[in-house]
Unconditional design. Sequence first.
Length: 199
Amino acid sequence: MQLTFADITLPGWLVVSQWALLFALGLLIIMMYRQVALLEQLKERGSERAGLQPGEKAHSFDYIPVNRITNVLTRFEPRGRWSLLLFADPSCASCQNALLALEKLSPHLPQSLQVLVATTSEPALISASDAFKLTSFELGRIPVDVSTRLYNTGVTPFGHLIDPEGVVHAKGIVTDEASLRKLVRHGDSKLINVEFTVS
């Protein structure tokens, strides 16, 4: 004797509960996507408000180099060439991703581009992060007021692209390769003609 699906009967409560569960699951998925979209909007709004606005003059400041042999106080001068100033924190996972992405894009960046990764963190925290410890870019410790007062940046990782006149050309949160590419491509195509390869 062969059974078919037509021969199987399920209790009514089980059928109703399965449909109710399916409906609830669909509702949860819709709510999750709505929440993700809301978070993205908030991030974009936060990014618009944070940092110096395009067209504003970038500020010079002193920093202590972390990945140099000598820790002599050095001046960041955002004039004379294109500069990428990245505020980052070693305890932030997105910052570590941003540094690794920047390292990956390094061969495609113009030699004339000045890059400074600025952090307010202590040396112990910096050495605990491989992404920070092994970066080939200039890494500098700065006072908190440089990021908060001078550059109005309370979120990391946050980048400013500054033109040779010392004016902020573009800015924004940079958490991965795509956002870094987008920020750098805001530059003058004659000076920052970056051709990125997508892996």
